[in-house]
Design a protein around this ligand. Sequence first.
Ligand code: SAH
Ligand code: SF4
Length: 408
Amino acid sequence: MANLIAVKATRTGLLLYNAGMQTEAVQPSTVANSPDTRSRPQLPGLSTAELVEQMQAIGQPAFRAKQVRDWVNKGVTNPVEMRNLPAALQQELSDHLICSPLSLIQRQCSEDGTRKYLFKLQGGGNIETVLIPDTSRSTVCVSSQLGCVLDCPFCHTGTQRFSGNLTAGEIVAQVLAVKNDLRREPLSNDLHAEVTHVVYMGMGEPLANEAGVYNSLRLLMDEQGLNLSRRRITVSTSGLVPQIGRLGETTPVNLAISLHAGSDALRDELVPINRKYPLAELRMALDTYPLPTQRHITLEYVMLAGVNDRDEDLDALARFVNPERERVNLIHFNAWPGSPYAGSAMQHMNSFAKELIKKGIRATVRRSRGDDIMAACGQLKSHLDLGDATSARGIADIANANKHKAGE
Ligand code: SAH
Ligand code: SF4
């Protein structure tokens, strides 16, 4: 079915409308390109102690640091919007710090409340962030790198050229930008109004960016900052074994592993980092990862028709899982233009889950969210150009294809 996309010029940019989804393309705010742009500290990347230091450096008392902290915690990082600060201090903050390292380029809202954001980084490059609201929680899915070098063949991000790690400030800024968006435009009443959880499942391999990711975790958990408990944060990794060990030692948040195959032969193909860290090594890393009581490691398993959804694949998976400490999350394959795989039918996914459960393994089928705006896992890729109707159409077509599949 052809998709009708109306493009309307507005004062702030272009609005693209498509049945059931709203895409808002926002002109990027002007970015200061002075040579020192990247050398100044990023406000979202400052711990409370560092913020106090920065304020002292410009001769400000501690209570001013507290005022700024309170605004940042609400998601407001632009000093002009910090209404209780004197104009001179607002200006000084803008001069000394990079207050908003991300500029919003585009925002898409799904029928189910999911919102997808495309941000431009000051140093160049675009990233995507997703808000997944639910009745009892709202989760932000953050990106940790520009692209990914790990080349999992079913993943859209993996097809994108890698062009760098995000700083801690740029990771935290994604959460703050979503919080600010929720203040300005609240969700419908049945959805949870506040950000409660953060998952590192956007673009990039978080554990290939240890400095940025560990520092961002500390900032998210900072008691005077966003104060998220480690039980509300999940890092997803394709299985970088030494880094899993270090994450457990430094910041043992919830761990999700992109497993996708229970045998080395298949995993070497689907998750090529397996050639470096095969399943036996991954097993040791998982067995020693610290787990609070009642918690599990999540093994993510994207279901690809005829590839990893056969009886022998189920047996291999069941042999790998440690049911005491791990649970399996079956993920619907989210198609993208040119992807070489087809997803397993929903009915087959459900019976695969049942078979695992019969074997004593906790297994769930992940509900897909934001299909109509291509916001689901593995579909994030920063290829959108502002006002590019061709790519918007491509996205709409894929979104429609996904909707039909979901209705099967
Ligand atoms: N690099 C990390 C985190 C980002 S990917 C990792 O690989 O874990 C987040 C999740 O999306 C991973 O489980 C990944 O395997 C999965 N994924 C990637 N492409 C997908 C696709 N097209 N459909 C469904 N899930 C996908
Ligand atoms: Fe990278 Fe994760 Fe995608 Fe693999 S699945 S290419 S590790 S982002």
